[in-house]
Design a binder for this molecule. Structure first.
Ligand code: UTP
Length: 278
C-alpha cells in the first residue's frame, strides 16, 4: 500500500518573478485554488493521505495554508461565505502533513533525497505541484498507483511533446510492453531536439521505490550543477526496472507564464464554471 506523497516545494520559481519574490510559486492560484491544493487533492484521490512537504526559506504560506485559520473561520462562521473554505477544510480533514526543509536549492534529486526523512523505507508518490494535471476519470497519480500495484516497479508519467518543446523536459526511450506502458531503456535531461531519444517527455508525477534514495546518495550534480532526478532514474532503469506511463489527461506547465495562463483558462471554463464549485 502506498500512503505517502512527497511534494518538493522548495524551488525559487524564478520564471514567475516578481510574483514569487515573497510568495511561493506553489501558492499561485489557478482560478481560486492554489496549485499545491490541486496537487494534494490529486494525491488524496489516489489514496495517498500522508503528505510530505519538502519546503525551504520563504515557504511559510504553504504551512499556514494547510492549517486552521481561527480568526478567519470565526469571522465568517454562520455566513454564506463559509462555503468558500469547504474544499480546503476537506483536504485538511483527510490529509496528514509532515514537513522538512531543503537547506540549499541543489535540484529536484536533492529535494527528493531530503524527503527520505519523512518517507522512510516504503514506496511513495511524488507530485510537482507546478505541473497541474486534470483528467476526466482517474487522476494521474491514481493511474500511476494502479500500475505500481500491478508491477511493484517505479513508474513515471510521460506525455508526447512537440520537437520544439523537447529541450524543456527529461526525455525517455523505451520498449512499449502494453499500450501506453513502456520499460525505460534510456533517459536524457533537457536534450537538444536532435539528441532526444524520443518525443516522450517526463512530467511531474512519479511513484518511486525507496531504492531511489540509495541511488540519489551517489548521484553527482548533473545539468545546471543540480542533482537531477532523471540521472538517478536512469541508474535505476539500468540496475532494476522503471516503467513510463503515457497518462490519460492533460497537463499544464504552471511553472511558466504561458502554461499558467492556459491552465487558468481551461480550469475556469471546464471546471469552475461547470461545477460552480468554490
Ligand atoms: P522547477 O525547476 O520547475 O522549479 O522544479 P523552480 O526551480 O522553483 O522554478 P524556476 O525554474 O526557478 O522558475 C520543479 C519542482 O521541484 C522543486 C520546485 O519547488 C518545483 O516544485 N524543487 C526544485 C525543489 O524543491 N528543490 C530544488 O532544489 C529544485
Amino acid at each position: 500500500m502506498i500512503k505517502k506523497c512527497l511534494f518538493p516545494v522548495a524551488g525559487y520559481g524564478t520564471r514567475f518573478l516578481p510574483a514569487t519574490k515573497s510568495m511561493p510559486k506553489e501558492m499561485l492560484p489557478v482560478v481560486n485554488k492554489p496549485l499545491v491544493q490541486y496537487g494534494v487533492e490529486e494525491a488524496l484521490a489516489a489514496g495517498l493521505n500522508e503528505i510530505c512537504l519538502v519546503t525551504g526559506r520563504g515557504k511559510r504560506a504553504i504551512h499556514d495554508f494547510f492549517d486552521t485559520s481561527y480568526e478567519l473561520e470565526h469571522q465568517i462562521a454562520g455566513t454564506d461565505k463559509e462555503q468558500y473554505l469547504s474544499s480546503i477544510k476537506n483536504v485538511i480533514a483527510q490529509a496528514k502533513f509532515a514537513t522538512t526543509r531543503q537547506s540549499e536549492i541543489k535540484g529536484l534529486g536533492d529535494a527528493i533525497l531530503t524527503g527520505e526523512l519523512l518517507v522512510g523505507n516504503e514506496p511513495f508518490g511524488v507530485i510537482l505541484a507546478d505541473d497541474l494535471c486534470v483528467a476526466d476519470d482517474q487522476g494521474v497519480m491514481a493511474q500511476l498507483v494502479e500500475i505500481y500495484r500491478r508491477t511493484k516497479c517505479s513508474v513515471i508519467a510521460i506525455q508526447e511533446v512537440d520537437d520544439a518543446d523537447i529541450s524543456k523536459f527529461g526525455v525517455v526511450d523505451g520498449t512499449e510492453d502494453e499500450p501506453g506502458l513502456y520499460t525505460v531503456t534510456d533517459m536524457v535531461e533537457k536534450p537538444e531536439s536532435a539528441d532526444a531519444p524520443s518525443n516522450l517527455a517526463i512530467i511531474g508525477r512519479y511513484v518511486l521505490t525507496p531504492y531511489i534514495f540509495e541511488i540519489l546518495r551517489h548521484t553527482p550534480p548533473g545539468k545546471n550543477s543540480e542533482v537531477q532526478l532523471t540521472d538517478a532514474l536512469l541508474t535505476m532503469a539500468r540496475t532494476s526496472k522503471v516503467l513510463a506511463w503515457k497518462f490519460k489527461g492533460q497537463r499544464f506547465d504552471c511553472g511558466s507564464v504561458d502554461g499558467y495562463v492556459e491552465a487558468t483558462n481551461y480550469v475556469y471554463e471546464n471546471i469552475y464554471l461547470k461545477n460552480k464549485n468554490p
